[in-house]
Design a protein around this ligand. Structure first.
Ligand code: SF4
Length: 324
């Protein structure tokens, strides 16, 4: 498999002013490296504050990364601006979490989807634009007769379909799906995920699928990366993550999922995490998870563990991976 997206040592820091007036840095993404292969869905999970949304946005240059590189098709786009960046913006699209907030309430559906075509010069005339919008709406399962309606006239699921139509309008290769179903009713989540999967098959898309829900990720993603405090702590094929989680944080997340069968629940050896995720302004030294890890030893505060391959592409960032 060849990588479509290559992330190397990506850092995204935000400058803030402390109460004493001094500058400080929020280290939202801190030295992250990984590849996303053509055609795959890579899941990214973690608690809120883990940096997953910031990572998705830095990759697409919604933010300007502090350092590191983001390559798409072998081209580093980290320093590109304006016209030079535009063709890569076309290749990489974003589906937002909140279909209520991400669509301009003053624009009709036809204009929301058509605007994306206009920006990238993909419609040769007004009628071509209208035809393309109709085609896209049909593709995502919306009624073309509703193209002149406004976002508030649609349900949450339909609005997310508009968001999908807008993203695929520019024929991208790669889409960051940022919690695309978490703001929706449970009853329609599966329908939206099915639509995303259908689009992936028909249009040869590669996805980064951001979610806090390990249940959703299991069935949607080929591989899964687990984020904690701006770092990826484990990255592996989806089934393997659930069968053989190696990082204590992943184990804690997995054992927190309710298990209906009491016998299986007993065998799970539950890890209960102490406290909250620390502040990304003053993260712990060494392993960022050490303040909550039940297995932490001296070395964990002194040395940052590398994200190392522990066999068959099972990447883990823990000094004691395989021993715990
Ligand atoms: Fe826990 Fe140490 Fe492993 Fe970090 S490196 S996860 S603190 S055992």
């Amino acid at each position: 498999k060849s990588p479509l997206v290559e992330i190397r040592n990506l850092k995204q820091y935000f400058t803030i002013k402390n109460t004493d007036g001094k500058k400080a840095y929020v280290k939202a993404v801190d030295d992250v490296s990984f590849d996303i292969f053509k055609g795959e869905t890579l899941g990214l999970v973690g608690e809120s504050g883990s940096g997953k949304t910031t990572l998705g946005r830095s990759m697409l240059r919604i933010y300007n990364p502090t350092s590191g590189s983001v390559k798409i098709d072998g081209v580093d786009i980290t320093k590109f601006q304006g016209k030079k960046l535009l063709p890569y913006r076309k290749k990489m699209q974003y589906i937002f979490q909140d279909p209520y907030a991400s669509l301009d309430p003053r624009m009709t559906v036809s204009d929301i989807v058509g605007e994306a075509l206009d920006i990238h010069g993909l419609a040769s005339s007004k009628s071509d634009r209208a035809d393309k919008v109709r085609e896209l709406l049909t593709l995502v399962g919306l009624n073309t007769e509703h193209a002149s309606r406004y976002p508030h006239e649609f349900s949450g699921g339909q609005r997310q379909r508009i968001g999908i139509a807008r993203a695929i309008a520019v024929q991208p290769d790669f889409i960051v799906c940022d919690e695309p179903v978490s703001a929706l009713d449970v009853s329609i989540r599966a329908q939206i995920i099915n639509t995303l999967e259908e689009m992936q098959d028909r249009l040869d898309l590669t996805y980064l699928f951001i979610s806090h829900d390990l249940g959703v990720v299991r069935h949607t993603c080929d591989r899964v990366g687990v984020m904690y405090l701006g770092h990826i702590v484990e990255l592996v094929e989806s089934e393997e993550l659930y069968k053989n989680p190696m990082h204590p944080y992943t184990r804690a997340l997995l054992t927190a999922i309710p298990e209906p069968n009491p016998d299986t629940a007993k065998k799970r050896n539950r890890i209960i995490l102490k406290g909250e995720i620390p502040s990304p302004v003053n993260p712990p030294s060494g392993c960022k998870f050490r303040t909550r890890c039940p297995y932490a030893k001296d070395v964990c505060s002194k040395k940052t563990p590398e994200l190392a391959d522990h066999g068959n592409g099972h990447f883990v960032s823990c000094h004691f991976a395989g021993e715990i």
